[in-house]
Ligand binder design. Structure first.
Ligand code: ADP
Ligand code: MG
Length: 647
């Protein structure tokens, strides 16, 4: 059956034959029933390298690799094509020159009009390039997976658009603590803190990443075991070519250490700044105090000169007022010098627990009954080298501050103990063994700003007349001068703990013996010509357990001493109107009664001698005195009279 020739003069069969033989992108050829090549086209020649005359009549198995030939694949291909009407596969094929290419093969059986099987048509295509590209893609994906799986410093994982974890790397496991099995399929919200979850942070992060393409931030994250770490997080939205959201890539890094290092640096800088500021204020204060002392010295000696001339009564009172002013000035300079760490200290080696124990009654007197004071000293036999009187004053200062901080009822705890410090544990202290004294209160607490300024001289938050702002600065100056440090820990509304650190010293050859605590139920004769002062002083003595007898003139005092043999102490003011001043009274009294313990108080101290001392082996105390100084003076008087009796 022949078709009609067409315009180009070719029969359809011829045209078809030409077309097939001209196709270059496909190898199209016929095999006979046994598989021998019976036709060949340009594409076949191009892919396989054989010319038609070289290959026609040869068996098509030459295109197979030796391995595939051994496996009998060519015959199997023919069988399959015949049985199933088609055989299709991708596989390696061999060119004439022995090189290989990746081929896509289709094999169809051919039947004639009578339905008899006459052979096969084979269409082969060289798809090496496509395969290479595919393989390169697979390889790069494989490498990328290896890379991601090899990373342990970063948590790298993916989320579905809803935020479900879809894969996990070892870094994620290391940082977050979940294994892949535990976490894949769960919502990534479990990495957030409770608070952040409540604020809707997980959802907000995904929204930001999907609208802006990316979200980067730092924040607290939670590990599987509930511990927190400071995380640097980047979330990228992943979209396909059409812009559909496929999910999110999340990279998380644990930067807790970096953050802590930065915070430590900041703290160190703040401490350095604080130390430098205190040093500068200290130098300034010290300078002013010295100048001020010189001025006081001028006024004081002028007063002394005036005092030698018998003045009219009014002038005497004015002089007295001036002396009091000088005294106050002297006290002030002493406090300033204390802050400036320039006060003369009389350190002795002692056990602080004993010091505190003997001082306990004083401390108790400073707090009202609405506040309970609990003292637990447990520094054992550790010794420190410290000026005991100043230490007592410092402790009293802390207790008074604690008391002032408590409105109504509350609790003050005093604790001692030893502390083994490493470098940097307490700023300005080297590593070593320290004795720590802590005063803790349940009071109003301090803000960080107040803590930073609390030890500055004259810094006070108390109303005028209530606070001088010198308490903590004295404590700070004194403790620093003693080789220690002061640490304030406080939060508004949560109370305050002030810790004093003093270096522990080795036991010296002979540890200084502590003076005995105040003996109670002793009688003191208090002498002062000003009735108000007299009453106040008497009250002070009564409050620390003395029986008190009073006299408002020296003569009256002599009279009392003659009558009352119970009197153990004479406490007299130096400056008194009348024939006899306090010193004269003291001498006369001592003559009358050897072993009488005498303390002489004066509103006038020469600025060169601060604090208590001894005059003519009387114990001398500067007015105005503090309770602590008074107790100390009384102890010294007892000691002095014992010495006098021993001699
Ligand atoms: P003053 O007691 O005269 O005010 P200080 O130097 O003793 O001076 O204290 C300075 C300031 O530090 C106080 O005014 C107060 O604001 C604060 N402060 C000191 N100790 C405490 C404490 N235990 N609780 C709360 N605030 C305190
Ligand atoms: Mg104070």
């Amino acid at each position: 059956m022949f078709s009609r020739p067409s315009a180009d003069g070719l029969s359809p069969e011829r045209r078809f034959e030409l077309m097939i033989s001209g196709v270059r992108d496909y190898a199209i050829y016929f095999l006979d029933r046994q598989g021998f090549v019976s036709s060949w086209n340009a594409g076949a020649e191009r892919f396989k390298g054989y010319r038609a005359d070289e290959i026609i009549g040869r068996h098509f198995s030459v295109f197979y690799t030796p391995e595939d030939q051994t496996l009998g694949l060519p015959a199997r291909a023919l069988r399959t094509a015949l049985a199933e009407g088609k055989f299709e596969m991708e596989a390696w094929r061999v060119r004439k020159d022995g090189s290989r290419f990746w081929a896509s093969v289709v094999l169809d059986p051919i039947f004639d009009e009578t339905g008899e099987h006459v052979g096969f048509v084979k269409i082969t295509r060289d798809i090496s390039e496509r395969k290479a590209a595919q393989e390169a893609l697979l390889e790069s994906e494989r490498r990328f997976r290896l890379l991601v799986q090899g990373v342990t410093d970063y948590a790298i994982f993916m989320l579905s658009p809803e935020g479900i974890v879809t894969n996990w790397n070892p870094g994620a496991q290391r940082i977050k603590g979940y294994t892949e099995q535990e976490i894949v399929g769960r919502h990534f919200g479990c990495f957030y803190t409770e608070e952040d979850r409540e604020k809707g942070m997980p959802a907000a992060t995904l929204i930001r990443a999907s609208t802006e393409g990316r979200s980067e931030h730092e924040g607290w994250r939670v590990r599987r075991d509930g511990t927190r770490f400071w995380a640097h997080v980047v979330v990228d939205a992943i979209r396909d070519a059409d812009g559909h959201l496929l999910g999110f890539a999340k990279v998380t890094r644990d930067v807790t250490e970096r953050r802590e290092a930065a915070a430590a640096l900041e703290r160190a800088n703040a401490q350095l700044f604080q130390a430098q500021k205190m040093e500068a204020i200290g130098q300034l204060t010290g300078g002013i105090a010295h100048d001020f002392n010189n001025l006081l010295a001028v006024i004081s000696s002028s007063l002394d000169v005036l005092g030698t001339q018998p003045p009219p009564h009014v002038a005497a009172r004015m002089q007295d007022a001036m002396r009091r002013a000088v005294t106050r000035g002297a006290t002030l300079t002493q406090q300033l010098l204390s802050f400036a760490r320039q006060q003369p200290l009389k350190p002795e080696t002692c056990q602080l627990d004993e010091v505190i124990e003997s001082f306990e009654s004083m401390l108790r007197r400073a707090v009202p009954s609405s506040i309970s004071l609990d003292i637990r000293a447990s520094s054992g036999d550790s010794l420190v080298n410290v000026d005991v009187v100043r230490f007592e004053a410092a402790l009293l200062n802390l207790v008074v501050n604690a008391r002032d901080a408590i409105a109504g009822t509350g609790q003050i705890d005093i604790r001692t103990g030893s502390a083994e410090l490493r470098d940097g544990d307490v700023p300005s202290l080297r590593a070593g063994r320290y004795l720590r004294v802590q005063v803790t209160d349940t009071g109003c607490g301090m803000s960080p700003e107040i803590i930073a300024r609390a030890t500055e001289p004259f810094f006070t938050t108390k109303e005028p007349g209530k606070g001088t702002g010198l308490g903590l600065s004295q404590v700070y100056g004194f403790i620093s001068q003693s080789g220690g440090a002061v640490d304030i820990a406080s939060e508004p509304g949560r109370g305050t703990t002030v810790s004093l650190y003093l270096p522990v010293v080795e036991r010296p050859a002979a540890a200084a013996a502590r003076l005995p605590a105040t003996d109670v139920a002793e009688t003191v004769l208090v002498v002062d010509d000003e009735s108000e002062v007299l009453e106040a002083t008497a009250e002070l003595f009564r409050s620390i357990g003395y029986t008190v007898v009073t006299a408002s003139t020296a003569a009256e005092a002599i009279f009392r001493l003659e009558r009352d043999s119970e009197i153990d102490f004479l406490f007299t003011d130096v400056v008194m109107s009348g024939a006899m001043d306090g010193l004269e009274l003291a001498r006369r009294a001592r003559d009358m009664r050897r072993g009488l313990r005498v303390v002489v108080a004066s509103g006038h101290i020469s600025p060169s001698r601060h604090g208590d001392g001894e005059l003519d082996d009387f114990v001398f105390i500067a007015k105005p005195y503090r309770l602590a100084e008074l107790a100390r003076a009384m102890r010294r008087a007892a000691e002095a009279s014992r010495r006098a009796q021993d001699a």
